[in-house]
Structure formats: structure tokens, C-alpha cells
Design a protein around this ligand. Structure first.
Ligand code: CAA
Length: 298
């Protein structure tokens, strides 16, 4: 918590947060990472970036290494949904603390579940809010990203990691298997042999290994991770939100279909960009050798 506040303060000395619920004075020279309303007990949210267009969500159950209890799932789903609906937000970051992004589903909460109770509750459905989010979601992973924590990171669009991050699917150690993408997304990202090894042994992999495998796109020193992730979100925030959404949809389609129908899908989205003002302005500015006007999301 404190470290995130410190990083954010150092990064964005001139900014002030105004989430619409709690506003700081426009003269203050810091950003405080805080939960905007009592509705969140297991996460904290903030709005950061020079243009205040990056939604930041910190998983906040440090004593339980951010184990993903049902209440946290629900809050996370709600926060993502709200940021997705907020036109001022260009991208969303999900992070944890230095020790843990998330150490998995909450084993204590799951311990006494039965087949019937877990099926009826269908808690994993909450993740749909993340899947349905049109805006890019970036995971900034320090510490453990295990089980459901690794799966949560994989559900995001981009993973940046701190150099001490550890990824794994250790469900096998507790007599179960990954339940939210560990056996499906992981092989698509790192290949069958590596995914099998990770899932069948429960062994952890470190950040550099994860980067080599293609699970993580970049690794940073622990203290720099959030700063670099915010920079990435801000860079994406300079693009047309509409085209970003179309590009995200198209890349995600690669994981859902055959190459042939994926290419068809891509082509229709590409053609679709020609119906937008932002595509027209982007190309016209290039041809006229002038700076682009701000994209209109149109
Ligand atoms: N669920 C509930 N509590 C957890 C937890 C989890 N997944 N992971 C850690 N905790 C709790 C511990 O019980 C402990 O609580 P107490 O202080 O009350 O005892 C606290 O967090 C600190 O944990 P440790 O003392 O174990 O910390 P450590 O540094 O010695 O070890 C660790 C860290 C290697 C991550 C170890 O905590 C661990 O192995 N955790 C479980 C990882 C795991 O198996 N994850 C998969 C869960 S199942 C799943 O994810 C399925 C799904 O969602 C679909």
C-alpha cells in the first residue's frame, strides 16, 4: 500500500485525483492511492496518469497474500465494469503488493465447498466482467501470482512483472486443478510442454523465465514496475479508444478461433476502421505531414 502511494507520488507529482467521489485539492502535489468508497473492502482503486485516464486497482488482502475470496472477486468485477463504463478511462491496471499479486483462490474459503455448492455459486462467473471489458487491462505483477492469481494475470491483456515475481499453477499440490484458464490459456501462451510441466508439478517460475516463455512481456525492478506500467497505459491512452478496442478484440480473437476465421475477423475489423473519423484523421495527418488532432473516439 504505502509503496504504491510512494511510487505514484514520485511519478506524478503534479497530479491530483478526482474520482468524482473523493477529490483532493487542486493545489496538492501528490496522488494518494486510496479506496474511493466504503463499497470496496478487498481492493483499492485510484485514477492515475498525467491525464488522469488510467484506472488503477490494487488487490488489498495483504495478510492473505491477496487470496481471491468471493468478495474480492465481486469488487474487482465491479471496479473493472465501472472503469470500463467511464469515458475518461483509457486503460486499467490491476496490481497487488510487493509480496503478492495474488496467491490464488482463497483456499480457506474453498476448503469446505462441495461439488454442488461450488457449481450452484458459480463464483468464477464474476470474471466475465473482466472478459467483457473493451478497454485494455494490464497486470502489474510483483511477488506471487499463483493459481487463480496467475489466471487473473493471464486474463489481462498485457502482463508486466517485477523481477521478483513468481508465477505458478500449484493447485495440484492441494488436490485440484486450475479452474479459470490455467489449463487453457497457459498452453496457448507458453506451449503444451511448459504448461504441462507447470500444471503437473505445481512448480513456480520466476519473472525472467516467464518473460522468456512469452507469458510476461517485460520485467522491471520491483520499485519501477508500477511506474512503467502506468507509462504503458498512458501510451495506449494517446491512441483512439475506439481503435484500441477494435485492436484488442481482434488480437483476442486469435485465441478463440482458427487462423482462417481469425484472419477473416481481422479483415472485417480492419475494414471497419475505415468507417471511423479517427482512422481518417490518423492517415490524413500522416499524408499532410502534420500533427494529429486528438482522436475523437469516433
Ligand atoms: N488462500 C487462502 N489463504 C492463503 C492463500 C490462499 N491461496 N495463500 C496464502 N494464504 C495465507 C496463508 O494461509 C497465511 O495466512 P495465516 O497467516 O492466517 O496463516 C498467509 O496467507 C501468509 O501465507 P504463508 O504463511 O503461507 O506465506 P509464505 O511466504 O510462507 O508462503 C506461498 C507463500 C508459497 C504463496 C504460500 O502461501 C502458498 O503456497 N499459498 C497457496 C498457493 C496456492 O496453492 N494457490 C492456488 C489456490 S487454488 C486456486 O487458485 C484455484 C482457483 O482459483 C480456480
Amino acid at each position: 500500500m504505502a509503496s504504491i502511494a510512494a511510487i505514484t507520488r514520485a511519478l506524478l507529482t503534479k497530479n491530483v485525483i478526482n474520482t468524482g467521489r473523493i477529490a483532493t485539492s487542486s493545489n496538492t502535489s501528490f496522488i494518494k492511492f486510496y479506496s474511493t468508497a466504503p463499497e470496496y473492502e478487498n481492493i483499492k482503486i485510484d485514477i492515475v496518469g498525467a491525464k488522469k485516464n488510467v484506472g488503477l486497482i490494487q488487490l488489498n488482502r495483504p495478510k492473505a497474500l491477496n487470496a481471491l475470496c468471493n468478495a474480492l472477486f465481486k469488487e474487482l468485477g465491479k471496479a473493472v465494469k465501472n472503469f470500463n463504463a467511464d469515458d475518461k478511462i483509457a486503460a486499467i491496471i490491476i496490481t497487488g503488493n510487493k509480496k503478492a499479486f495474488a496467491a490464488g483462490g482463497d483456499i480457506k474459503e474453498m476448503q469446505n465447498n462441495t461439488y454442488s455448492s461450488i457449481t450452484k455459486a458459480n463464483v468464477l462467473q464474476v470474471w466475465d466482467n473482466l472478459l467483457n471489458c473493451g478497454k485494455p487491462i494490464i497486470a502489474a505483477v510483483n511477488g506471487f501470482a499463483l493459481g487463480g492469481g496467475c489466471e487473473l494475470a493471464m486474463l489481462c491483456d498485457i502482463i508486466y512483472a517485477g523481477e521478483k515475481a513468481k508465477f505458478g499453477q500449484p493447485e495440484i499440490n492441494i488436490g485440484t486443478i486450475p479452474g479459470n484458464g490455467g489449463t487453457q490459456r497457459l498452453p496457448r501462451y507458453v506451449g503444451k510442454s511448459k504448461a504441462m510441466e507447470i500444471v503437473l508439478t505445481g512448480n513456480f517460475i520466476d519473472a525472467h523465465e516467464a518473460e522468456k516463455m512469452g507469458l510476461v512481456s517485460r520485467v522491471f525492478p520491483v520499485e519501477k514496475l508500477l511506474e512503467e506500467t502506468i507509462k504503458l497505459a498512458e501510451r495506449i491512452g494517446t491512441q483512439s479508444p475506439l481503435i484500441v478496442k477494435m485492436a484488442k478484440q481482434s488480437v483476442n480473437q486469435a485465441y478463440e478461433t482458427t487462423l482462417k476465421s481469425g484472419l477473416q475477423y481481422e479483415k472485417s475489423i480492419f475494414y471497419g476502421t475505415f468507417a471511423t473519423e479517427d482512422r481518417k484523421e490518423g492517415m490524413t495527418a500522416f499524408v499532410e505531414k502534420r500533427a494529429q488532432e486528438t482522436f475523437k473516439n469516433n
